[in-house]
Design a protein around this ligand. Structure first.
Ligand code: NAD
Ligand code: AKB
Length: 315
């Protein structure tokens, strides 16, 4: 049976992944950790410990104390915030990942680490971006994701640590707000639709990026963690795709449920430049072939679910 420790567990993904994994593996087999306990209510009665992932000694002690055999390493600084403090972003993203891998090496644990579409940047095909292509990111966040994928592969090749990961697109969800990335507009548009009936997008019309709805993003973690290792040609990290979207597609989809909704534009040059450096759409055929990745939600199904849940949450 798995005993799983999650770092950065109170963020956008962790706050939902923890319940998803508690349902699959039993709540006593999950230990949530984060540097801050501000959002601890989001995980209900799952056991929680404070952990700063840059503190390798405390990291190892917690893994040993709870007899953990699987580390899901989510702690990171995302793209837009990362550009306001590149040095700190390197320190947390790479220092934290190095500690996760070293703790896994000495305790014989396996590791799941999400990468991102931020690994791409320059000199790659924007449409149907292949699994294996040029990785020249333009953000510090992307630099840490490329270095992180490489380091995870190194620990597998050199030490046999079972490292696996996906390159997440922008994740859309209603439970916990995203942590200052470039794709966050795709979450904010739903919050503002429900609160005010209007949203000004900081990403320009016609700028496509891949997005995935949270329930599919959660399944990706546990399906890849449980995949037959003999079938995995790639490990760190798989392109996964679901929907290639630009802002006016959200406008039209939301208007099917809320006809009075309007969308405007107030473009932020920094996040716009990052968005333009990322793929329009990913080729995820390796994930489909090697471990059976298959998203379930399309844009309109996600819109109905987001609005229904935000109407309950924000009333
Ligand atoms: P988030 O910002 O919502 O959560 C990150 C969590 O890490 C926060 O709760 C924060 O408190 C914690 N953290 C920050 N510094 C820490 C430290 N020093 N020690 C311990 N915890 C620390 O991010 P998320 O969206 O949940 O992302 C989780 C992972 O998934 C990250 O690696 C991110 O790069 C990746 N990812 C996310 C998306 C997305 O759209 N959400 C897309 C691609 C990849
Ligand atoms: C971000 O925009 O930084 C994240 C990501 C795609 O990695 N959502």
């Amino acid at each position: 049976m798995r005993k799983i420790l999650v770092t950065g567990g109170l963020g956008q993904i962790g706050s939902e992944l923890i319940s998803h994994m508690a349902n699959l593996y039993g709540k006593d087999n999950i230990v949530a950790t984060d540097v801050s306990d501000a959002n601890v209510a989001a995980i209900g009665d799952i056991q929680f410990e404070k952990l700063d992932v840059t503190d390798g000694e405390s990291f190892r002690r917690l893994v040993e104390k709870h007899k953990v055999n699987t580390i899901v390493h989510l702690a990171a600084i995302l793209s837009a915030r990362g550009e306001t403090m590149p040095q700190t972003t390197w320190g947390i993203n790479m220092g934290g990942l190095y500690n996760a891998l070293e703790v896994a090496r000495v305790t014989d644990a396996s590791v799941f680490v999400p990468s991102s579409i931020a690994v791409f940047g320059k000199n790659f095909p924007l449409d149907n971006t292949p699994q294996d292509t040029v990785l020249q990111p333009t953000t510090m966040y992307g630099v840490t994701k490329v270095a992180g994928e490489t380091l995870c592969n190194y620990y597998f090749d050199k030490y046999g640590v079972d490292t696996r990961g996906v390159r997440y697109p922008g994740i859309i969800s209603y439970k916990t707000l995203p942590g200052a990335g470039t794709t966050d507009y795709a979450v904010h548009v739903y919050y503002e639709a429900v609160k005010n009936g209007h949203y000004d997008s900081y990403i320009d019309q016609g700028t496509y990026m891949d997005m995935v709805y949270m329930p599919d993003a959660l399944r990706a973690v546990t399906e890849l963690m449980e995949a037959n290792p003999e079938k995995l040609v790639h490990r760190n990290a798989f392109n996964i795709a679901s929907m290639s979207l630009e802002p006016s597609m959200f406008e039209k989809s939301i208007q099917k449920v809320m006809p009075e909704f309007t969308l405007g534009y107030d473009v932020d040059p920094v996040r716009q430049a990052i968005a333009e450096s990322w793929p329009n759409s990913l080729d995820d055929s390796c994930a489909r072939e090697e471990w059976g990745w298959k998203p379930e939600y399309d844009l309109d199904a996600m819109t109905v679910d987001m609005i229904e849940n935000l109407q309950k949450k924000l009333k």
